[in-house]
Design a protein around this ligand. Structure first.
Ligand code: PAF
Length: 284
């Protein structure tokens, strides 16, 4: 696996692969790779012949400078993980390579409605930063398919809508969340948790499952379920940000007649802000 740091090198490598008739799969990341990322690489190499990963800690999507500063940077270990799987090329650009005219002068992309509420409320500007960098990366790589984790459900909805609205000609593939034994969704932010907190953190998934079971057995008072879930999280030492039931496609608040829903939660535990979600499909 080759690592390149410039757009010129990236595009030369991709052109060679495309000229050889290869289907290009793309996995954008911010590094500090764990098994949750590796299954994205696996899925990409199952569906494509040439897998490109990127590692770029995108300053535009951090609304908190301290959060950006402490985000784990683990390039050597990440390269080893990627080499162990079927990744063909790693793009590791600098901030100057991505934003040569400065971050403030960058044209930005804003995806309406799905970016609003949930993490959009607690992280102002976050999804504009994500949409902008992902759109730039898409234009640089021009993949045949791009792979994202379903753990970041709202992010995936934002990217799907952007790709649809801008008529970008490739598939966006959502890959199911990879979990620890206690249900904790894998995330780079789990590194901020102590061992005790990691055990406690499994409660988020438990609470999501409780809500899902109640809805599947006919409960329709979604707001009440979410209030109870937040109380349960508080009881386990979390500071909940939100627990909400939404329509899975549009992300608007769910109504009684909805059948394809998702329950999403964000909560702070110790030094980590954790997010998770669970799809609820009443048609199955
Ligand atoms: O999910 C992430 O790691 C990031 O938000 C992404 C999609 C790589 C954009 O910076």
């Amino acid at each position: 696996m080759n690592t390149v740091e410039t757009i010129v090198e990236l595009q030369a490598e991709i052109k060679a692969a495309r000229d050889a008739g290869k289907r290009i799969g793309f996995v954008p990341t911010m590094g500090n790779l764990h098994e949750g990322h590796m299954i994205l690489i696996d899925q990409a190499s199952e569906e494509c012949d040439f897998v490109v990963a990127s590692i770029f800690i995108n300053p535009l999507q951090f609304n908190d400078i301290d959060d950006l500063g402490r985000y784990p940077r683990t390039l050597a270990a990440d390269q080893e993980h990627l080499r162990d799987r079927d990744c063909d090329l790693l793009f590791f650009p600098s901030v100057d390579e991505m934003y040569p005219h400065g971050q403030d002068a960058q044209t930005t992309i804003s995806v309406p409605v799905v970016s609003e509420g949930l993490c959009g409320d607690s992280r102002p500007g976050h999804f504009d930063g994500v949409a902008t960098v992902v759109s730039k990366l898409f234009h640089m790589v021009q993949p045949d398919a791009a792979f994202f984790g379903e753990k970041d459900f709202q992010q995936l909805a934002v990217i799907r809508k952007m790709v649809d609205d801008l008529n970008l000609p490739f598939d966006v593939v959502g890959v199911p969340t990879c979990r620890e034994e206690n249900g904790l969704a894998m995330s780079s932010r789990n590194n901020y948790l102590t061992e005790d907190e990691k055990n406690t953190a499994g409660h988020i998934y438990r609470v999501l499952n409780e809500i899902s079971e109640k809805i599947q057995s006919g409960e329709k008072n979604f707001a009440e379920l979410c209030v109870l879930a937040k109380q349960e999280l508080v009881g386990h030492g979390f500071t909940p940000d939100y627990v909400e039931v939404r329509d899975a496609k549009t992300l608007r608040p769910a109504v009684e007649t909805d059948t394809d829903m998702v329950v999403l939660a964000a909560a702070i535990l110790g030094k980590a802000r954790l997010i998770d979600n669970l799809r609820i499909n009443l048609k199955q």
